[in-house]
Design a protein. Structure first.
Length: 206
């Protein structure tokens, strides 16, 4: 993408873009492809190559949505996306829900860090969750973890949530064994109760 592709397109409110597009085109971190695009309310991420572009360290403010982090409300992810790149939605403080497709197997570090209005996340296919991926998601009260979950890098991950078993008193840790395959929900972030899914076999058993 050209360094100044959408610079100062200040009336742009909706963007459809492959999640694999890397808007960082040089090494000086002075990218302005979306500089001044500060009124986006919706982003539709297409699969592109499937692998989400990573925005580490000094590149956090080069994401397509960063200038609109205070206006962005809705985000969609196309089926076929394999990963959410580092810092993709860093500080998108008004996004309330993220429904990842079953094709998505990885959420990279800091992907949703600072999404303080985020309430619901569904991750049916996610196997790995990077460190700080959900740091400071203060209002996150519904999380669906994949039954295929293999790894959680724990530094500051889900640091605003405390997980409990279905009895509401047994505290669970932020580990793969405690979270894999379960849905947690609660009215306040400090007490998220595990839901059990019951299935029946042909003989009436569970």
């Amino acid at each position: 993408m050209d360094k100044y592709s959408f610079k100062n397109c200040s009336n742009l409110t909706e963007l459809t873009i492959p999640i694999s597009v890397d808007t960082v085109v040089d090494d000086d971190h002075d990218n302005e492809a979306f500089y001044g695009v500060n009124k986006l309310t919706k982003i539709n991420f297409l699969k592109g190559t499937g692998k989400g572009a990573a925005y580490d360290g000094d590149n956090r403010d080069n994401t397509p949505m960063y200038s609109s982090r205070n206006t962005l409300i809705e985000v969609t992810f196309q089926d076929g996306i394999a990963s959410i790149g580092a810092s993709t939605l860093f500080e998108a403080c008004k996004v309330r829900a993220a429904a990842l497709p079953a094709s998505c197997t990885a959420v990279e570090k800091c992907a949703f860090e600072g999404c303080s209005a985020l309430q619901s996340v569904t991750m049916p296919g996610v196997k790995t969750i990077g460190g700080w991926a959900f740091k400071n998601c203060n209002n996150l009260t519904y999380i669906q973890f994949s039954s295929a979950l293999e790894k959680i890098d724990t530094p500051e991950n889900f640091n605003k949530q405390t997980f409990y078993d279905s009895d509401g008193t047994t505290k669970k840790s932020v580990t793969v064994d405690d979270l894999r395959g379960y849905t947690y929900q609660g009215t306040v972030p400090s007490k998220m109760i595990r839901e059990y899914t019951i299935t029946f076999d042909g003989n009436g058993g569970t």
